[in-house]
Design a binder for this molecule. Structure first.
Ligand code: CA
Length: 511
């Protein structure tokens, strides 16, 4: 009786082996989301069940690093697979959309390509069948979104608006094509305006402080001392959501909101207290983190809705889900907020990938992965070769749990925007698994950190005689990388072309 099913099996078998079905790709990209604010990364600040689900069903990248820790350059690098000095966006420059980008290749290969949310590149998107983008930074409430046809105001909270638009793309996409959906959230970017639900919930919480909140910058060079992204000296009343006196109007009111309070009156158990000094810094930290984490919670909900959609529509098995952010962020480490510096909290970005049948569930990857790798990786996922000249490398082998023997052992970083919005000194540097060497070149100051013995980067050991050989080797490696990536200092003194942040530019063709 055995021959019957065999015969049936033979008669039903296709005459030729079928090519594997090309996977769909959902790429969710948030703005300024630190690894420390995702519970899958082992932090104790919040609980993010939906992001954690990607990690538990896929791979968590612990050493995913950005090559220039700031919004607009990171987005240009994502699209091109190139360092800032090669894609022409070292600061807030307008992105030349005629460049080669990975969505163009996916589109040409038959993918339906769509992006919704933050774009922040000063020119209209190219390579997308559908785009719906926030102008500049976009608004937290009732955001305007631009499309190729015009613009529209959407009522509601931006993270929820963008989620609904992303789900609409999935719903209305052509069903006969594989798709790339990029959902780029505005949150949790400054000034951290949460939805009322989470604002109320997080306002009751006491967030653990980082051990370096009161870092005194001893042993460090001028750059940290001069920076203007500290919780103590730079968070404004607007950031802290303080209410202006009712008699202030117009410019006077704005000046009040943009100023930094050196004392704040609060009420505890019906009793009024005035906070100054360290107590005030601690209060500012709580206000900042409560709002930041509340914003993250909506991003986590968004991820949950997208994962649910994939489940409910039979798409989960053949859809790669990627979650990342354009860089990391300081959540009080070294007394800071914001990004820019090459120190660990802003150098790292979160990166979680679920690829059913490929990523071992619950796996952790510690190989150095860079944002220049996104473009070649997304192409490789679709079975496409990266075009000649892309500077990143596909990390698909890492997703399979295999680290090629010639995988990078060091990375090159460069930040340009000096003084920028936070009086940050331009710098470049090299990071290995164990050390980091930074050169603040406008002052010719160097910093060296031993990441094994000093993971919090509190001790600059550049002048330590025991490190002399290490310094020689790292300087040589830095020069090797600068040569390999063809950084000829062409943007040494890069500034935004019109002296303003791209966030306030009009995003129309020809403007
Ligand atoms: Ca950002």
């Amino acid at each position: 009786m055995i021959w019957i099913p065999l015969l049936l099996a033979c008669s039903w078998a296709p005459s030729e082996p079928q090519a594997p079905k090309r996977p769909n790709i959902v790429f969710v990209f948030s703005d300024d989301h630190a690894q420390a604010a995702i519970s899958a990364y082992g932090g104790h600040l919040n609980h993010t069940p939906h992001l954690d689900r990607i990690a538990s069903e896929g791979m968590r990248f612990d050493q995913a690093l950005v090559t220039n820790s700031i919004c607009t350059p990171s987005r240009a690098t994502l699209l091109t697979g190139l360092y800032s000095h090669r894609n022409g966006v070292p600061v807030f420059n307008r992105f030349d959309g005629s460049q080669d980008t990975f969505p163009k290749h996916l589109q040409a290969a038959g993918y339906y390509t769509a992006i919704v949310g933050k774009w922040h590149l000063g020119s209209d998107p190219t390579g997308f069948d559908h785009w719906e983008i926030l102008p500049g930074q976009g608004a937290y409430w009732n955001p305007v979104l631009y499309t190729a046809e015009g613009q529209a105001t959407h009522q509601g909270y931006v993270t929820e608006v963008l989620t609904n638009l992303a789900l609409g793309v999935l719903e209305n996409r052509p069903k006969d094509k594989p798709f790339l959906l990029m959902c780029h959230h505005k949150a949790p970017h400054r000034n951290w305006q949460p939805s009322p639900r989470y604002a109320a919930e997080f306002s009751k919480r006491t967030i653990p402080e980082p051990s370096t909140l009161f870092d005194d910058y001893a042993t460090r060079g001028a750059a940290l001392h001069e920076n203007r992204q500290t919780i103590a000296r730079d968070l404004t009343r607007f950031d802290l959501k303080l209410e202006p006196p009712t008699d202030l109007q117009g410019d006077e009111r704005n000046r009040w909101l943009q100023s930094v309070p050196d004392a704040v009156e609060i009420e505890v158990d019906g009793e009024k207290r005035v906070l100054v000094g360290e107590a005030l810094v601690r209060w500012k930290y709580q206000r900042y983190l409560q709002d930041y984490l509340a914003c993250v919670q909506s991003v986590d909900d968004s991820m949950g809705q997208i994962l649910d959609y994939l489940d409910q529509h039979g798409l989960a098995e053949n859809t790669i889900v990627i979650y990342a952010s354009d860089q990391g962020f300081y959540l009080g480490e070294h007394g800071l907020y914001d990004k820019r510096f090459m120190y660990e909290p802003s150098l790292h970005m979160p990166l979680l990938v679920r690829w059913p049948g490929v990523t071992p569930p619950g796996s952790v990857q510690s190989a150095l992965t860079l944002n220049i790798d996104f473009a070649p990786t997304l192409l490789a996922m679709a079975g496409l070769q990266a075009p000649f000249g892309m500077q990143g490398r596909s990390f698909v082998p890492l997703l399979r749990g295999q680290v090629p023997t010639d995988w990078r052992q060091s990375m090159y970083y460069r930040y340009y925007h000096d003084p920028g919005h936070h009086n940050t000194r331009a710098h470049y540097g090299v990071r290995t698994a164990t050390h980091k060497l930074i050169r603040f070149y406008s002052r010719d100051e160097w910093e060296l950190y031993d990441l094994v013995h000093d993971p919090l980067e509190l001790h600059n050991v550049i002048a330590d005689p025991d490190q002399a050989q290490q310094v020689v080797e790292l300087k040589a490696e830095l020069e090797r990388l600068r040569h390999e990536f063809q950084d000829d200092d062409r943007f040494q003194d890069a500034q935004p072309p019109d002296g303003v942040d791209g966030s306030v530019k009009k995003l129309r063709n020809g403007q």
